[in-house]
Every structure is written in C-alpha cells, then in structure tokens.
Design a protein around this ligand. Structure first.
Ligand SMILES: [Zn+2]
Length: 127
C-alpha cells in the first residue's frame, strides 16, 4: 500500500492509481458521487466559502478549527494512495486560491510521513 495523498481535481481521478477518493468540495460535478469529507469542505457556519472572497484562507482555517476533532481523527488514520478532490482547475490564479493547497499544508504539518502532492496537471473545464 502506498501513501501518496493527492490534492487534485475531480477530472484527474481517472488518471491516478488510488486506493480511495474523496470529495472535499461543497458539491460534486455531474456524474461524480464520491464519499464526502464534510469537515474539509470550504463551509463556515453553514455558508459556502468562495476562493476569491476576502479572507478565504482565514475563514477556511477557522472552519477547520471548528471541526478540529474530526480533522485530527481523520489525519491520524489517513493511509494508502488517496485523492482529495475539488473542482478548481490548474489555471494558476484559481488553483493558488483553492483550499486544496491549505489541505495539503495541513496534512504535511501533521503527517510528515505521507507524500502529499498538489496535482497541477488538471484541466477541469476542458474534459
Ligand atoms: Zn478548489
């Protein structure tokens, strides 16, 4: 069993060899029905956070803190080649603001034993 954690887009999943795939987005594209990691969704106090809104990072980190128990439990048991999928495409401005980056940093901070990769090859809207 490998231990690569891919922070990627829905459209890249079919190109990766994975033990498990999860959605970390607030919604999923048509045709996708991945299990959802509620505590990693960009939602704060019931409202969807958008990557281009002011203080997105601060608000997302606040949301993670509110779910810290679930997040910590999930981090503890995380293993195998796993994808965490969001919509955001690789166009630099967009991806730079996607919460995938923040999730990757979170995993790297608490699970330095895992190989965490932010997948930059996705072209979400062209497929
Ligand atoms: Zn995203």
């Amino acid at each position: 069993m490998g231990n690569i954690i891919w922070c990627t887009s829905f459209w890249r999943l079919k190109h990766l060899e994975l033990d498990a795939s999860y959605s970390i987005a607030n919604s999923q594209p048509r045709g996708f029905e991945l299990p959802e990691l509620e505590f990693l969704k960009p939602t704060l106090d019931g409202l969807w956070l958008m990557p281009d809104e002011p203080d997105f990072r601060k608000k997302y980190n606040k949301a993670l803190k509110q779910s810290h128990k679930e997040v910590a439990e999930w981090l503890d048991q995380l293993q195998g080649d796993t994808a965490l999928a969001c919509w955001c495409r690789s166009e630099p401005y967009t991806l730079a603001r996607c919460h995938r980056i923040l999730v990757a940093l979170l995993i790297k901070t608490f699970r330095s034993d895992l190989d965490v990769r932010v997948d930059l090859k996705d072209q979400a809207w062209s497929r």
